[in-house]
Design a protein around this ligand. Structure first.
Ligand code: SF4
Length: 97
């Protein structure tokens, strides 16, 4: 990894564990994002999004559910854990930085 990739990897690790992903899984996810960025893949996952709320699978929900097309009522804005870590193109996505 380049110095820049290491910095980004570290930032993702902090973000992902801060959202309740265990350290091993967070490292694997961050590795995948390094590979994604090298391939110039424009897909993102919810853990990179400002609108992800909650801590840990089972509590995650989308605060931008209407634009994202996740739900038609806020009460239905919960996000399955598998979806949160799936690379996708979401109309509601906003990068955390
Ligand atoms: S706006 Fe899209 S990418 Fe962001 S948390 Fe909601 S579903 Fe995930």
């Amino acid at each position: 990894m380049t110095g820049s990739e290491i910095d980004t990897f570290t930032a993702w690790l902090i973000r992902f564990t801060g959202k309740g992903v265990n350290h091993t899984n967070a490292e694997q996810l961050a590795d995948k994002l390094v590979a994604r960025d090298r391939q110039e893949d424009d897909r993102r996952h919810c853990l990179e999004c400002l609108h992800l709320a909650g801590f840990g699978a089972g509590s995650w929900r989308c605060k931008n559910w209407e634009q994202a097309g996740i739900a038609i009522h806020a009460r239905d804005s919960a996000l399955p854990g598998d979806l949160v870590i799936t690379l996708q193109r979401c109309d509601g996505f906003k990068a955390i930085n």
